[in-house]
Design a protein around this ligand. Sequence first.
Ligand code: SF4
Length: 347
Amino acid sequence: MTATAPAPISPTTTKRVLLAAPRGYCAGVDRAVVAVEKALETYGAPVYVRKEIVHNKHVVETLRDRGAIFVNETDEVPEGARLVFSAHGVSPAVRESAAARSLDTIDATCPLVTKVHKEAVRFAKDDYDILLIGHTGHEEVEGTAGEAPDHVQVVNSPDEVDQVQVRDPQKIVWISQTTLSVDETMETVRRLRDRFPELQDPPSDDICYATQNRQVAVKKLAPECDVVIVVGSANSSNSVRLVEVALQAGARTSYRVDRAAEIDPSWLDGATTVGVTSGASVPEILVQDVIDYLDGRGFADVQEVRTATEDLMFSLPRELARGLKAAGHEEKRPRRGARTALPVEPA
Ligand code: SF4
């Protein structure tokens, strides 16, 4: 994936759309959705999925129509049935509970989430206090914290830094949820470091490439926009962050919608430039619907504002790949035209 020097945005007096790129599906979401699709094709319905496979209503509804059954916990799945873990990851306790029910699991945890799990395990083994910057209650945070519950405390925002208590200020490290605002996270880290100068950084960025790229793109176009429309579901952390980033970067207003039908026409009153982007779990068809909606209201000029090019693709979960091979099915990945299939490290 490469950063691209974006072309300057020229001022305008005619109605136009600035369309952020990159936007929409990331490699982890693509892999998770394809995993459920392939499981349905290969094994037939039903395939159980713990939690929403990715945080997007449209994706979940589409898979449900095809035979996926979404559950909150493993005890809702019949013994011995097939269960997919979502892209957000699960704690060891969930894996144990699935094993106790003899569930045939397919782990669609995004490899970039797995990387953060491994950091938590490693630092807990070395007896660090781990400050996990993230949102309490988010599935990813539950999964990561569950790797080392005795060592992890969650820090939700910069304002919570004053309440953090550690055993040894010389032995603490921060890690984070993958889908946060980069700027707010750095502010939390700055305040933590003011209190704990010996705070260690994680070995590499935990906020993933897709989250960062989508925020950079929206920051580029937001100052030109009267309105920025973010396509994404309310429980999609990175989509919600895009609204915040757009406002902080200078958009006059910004709204999140699941689909074009949720746009209130009054948002466009007096607007000349409308920015459009989408969260990492959003299929392009939903963005296209928004573009068509705007076209119907005179915003026919669509200019792409690209700040990076992405070509990352993860190989399918290995247990599924084995199943596909045994069934004589190919591991075809038609969805996104990505060029590079990266092997996934052993969890
Ligand atoms: S947003 Fe990032 S961490 Fe989450 S699934 Fe996509 S690539 Fe993985």
